[in-house]
Design a protein around this ligand. Structure first.
Ligand code: S3P
Length: 451
């Protein structure tokens, strides 16, 4: 597989369209897809996965797991994984290329930390600038030896993890709200004797906990009166193979949902979307802004709540987005900022320091792009304040420079949606990063606007 750093930039132009109508599905959940492959690799025997996201990030995880001994294949629509068991990973022969994927990198670092193997991680320019100290610190406390390149006092890729077996069980209070750090520690804990504990002052996506229990791990979660979660995992776990159905990704659904809210007369249903409360913050915020969003046919699929999301065009009004909601919509702020730019009144956001260390600095990329399209945006250290256009389309147009996406799929898709709702179209400098999380993005919008 070609990794994103070798991609040629592919610009895209997005013109205003008429109403979006119809029923669509979006690709599988990225977080659940990574975990499905990793946990299946750690089970003894054959697991089956349906609905796996076949985006580059998840394929990078699959390639790394194959390099460590898992047999991973696709037959028809089903992926099968022949797992090696906890403790059974083999030494990879070459560096693991993580492309653009922070989740692959941080979760697999945890996995390797408690195995008696070593691995070097490399990635594209975006991933190579992201901070890895947040996983190096706890994994180092468990006994792993991690040597990383330093950039501006920050530990970054390339880095080499030398795992240790047996590792030392850890009790760790997360200094940043991060499901990746939580999951890295739990993955290391699986092959560590004794109990590994992660204390999470602010809840983050809980797919690792739900799925590990489903795979048969002895894992419990206690929540105290202040909402602080303590996750305890009994080590030297034995995982049993599973059959997994991956729901549609709410983080991908966010783009057609916001587009339908913004484009007059739109009426769409996005089917089979995960609405886990640790992920679904955006939908509640959009409803508070006046968005007509209804969850239909709510059900549970493989332990996760799922619904069909019915969205109709709505006049949105600006709101104050409370900082404590951020972890439940951490990947959705770029597209929320587009909605806010077209709403009536002011939207304020805060507590978003983490957005500066995603695939790009999402606060500055979004502020710069929106301002270039004529929006009224003030960038603060920890959020944006956006004075909406009262429903008037942003100007856009051929004379504007292309929006810079900085190898960030969600910046690219957010400004594509901005183009569909603009007066004269928006050019995005590079749509190739969209392949990391949302293959078929363009076709889904073409289908919705053609009907
Ligand atoms: C993810 C956790 C989040 C999110 C990322 C996926 C995961 O990152 O932004 O897209 O699957 O655990 P952080 O843990 O850095 O918040």
């Amino acid at each position: 597989m070609e990794s994103p750093q070798h991609h040629k930039a592919q610009s895209g132009h997005f013109k205003p369209v008429g109403p979006l109508t119809g029923r669509i599905a979006v690709p599988g959940d990225k977080s659940i897809s990574h975990r499905a492959l990793i946990f299946s690799t750690l089970a003894v025997g054959k697991s089956e996965i349906n609905g796996l996201l076949e985006g580059e990030d998840v394929l990078a995880t699959a390639a790394a797991l194959r390099a460590m001994g898992a047999k991973i294949e696709k037959t028809g629509d089903t992926w099968t994984v022949h797992g090696v068991g906890v403790g059974g990973l083999m030494q990879p022969e070459t560096a693991l290329d993580m492309g653009n994927s922070g989740t692959s990198t941080r979760l697999l670092m945890g996995l390797i930390a408690s195995h008696d193997i070593s691995a070097t991680f490399i990635g594209d320019a975006s991933l190579s600038g992201r901070p890895m100290g947040r996983v190096i610190d706890p994994l180092g406390l468990m006994g792993a030896d991690i040597q990383a390149r330093m950039q501006d006092d920050k530990a970054c890729l390339p880095l080499t993890v030398r795992g240790i077996c047996p590792a030392i069980p850890l009790e760790y209070r997360l200094p940043v709200a991060s499901a990746q750090v939580k999951s890295a520690i739990l993955l290391a804990g699986l092959n560590t004797p004794g109990i590994t504990r992660v204390i999470e002052p602010t809840p983050t996506r809980d797919h690792s906990e739900t799925m590990l229990k489903g795979f048969g791990a002895d894992l419990s979660v206690e929540v105290d009166d202040n909402g602080v979660r303590t996750i305890s995992l009994v080590g030297e776990a034995e995982l049993k193979p599973q059959s997994i159905k991956v729901p549609g990704d709410p983080s991908s659904a966010a783009f057609p949902v916001v587009a339908a809210l913004l484009i007059p007369e739109s009426d769409i249903v996005v089917e089979n979307i995960g609405i886990n409360p640790t992920r679904a913050g955006l939908f509640g915020v959009l409803q508070k802004m006046g968005g007509d969003i209804v969850f239909e046919n709510e059900r549970r699929v493989g332990g996760e709540p799922v619904a069909d999301i019915h969205v109709r065009h709505s006049d949105l009004k600006g709101i104050d987005v409370p900082a404590n909601i951020a972890p439940s919509m951490i990947d959705e702020f770029p597209i929320l900022f587009i909605a806010a730019a077209l709403a009536t009144g002011t939207t304020t956001t805060s507590g978003l320091h983490e957005l500066r260390v995603k695939e790009s600095d999402r606060l500055s990329q979004m502020a710069e792009g929106l301002i270039s399209l004529g929006a009224n945006v003030t960038e603060k250290e920890d959020g944006l304040v956006i004075q909406g256009s009262d429903g008037k389309p942003l100007s856009g147009g051929g004379n504007k420079p292309a929006i810079k996406t900085a190898l960030d799929h969600r910046i690219a898709m957010s400004f594509a949606v901005a183009g569909l709702t603009s007066k004269a179209g928006v050019t995005v400098d590079d749509m190739s990063p969209v392949e990391t999380s949302f293959p078929g993005f363009r076709d889904i919008f073409l289908g919705l606007s053609a009907q």
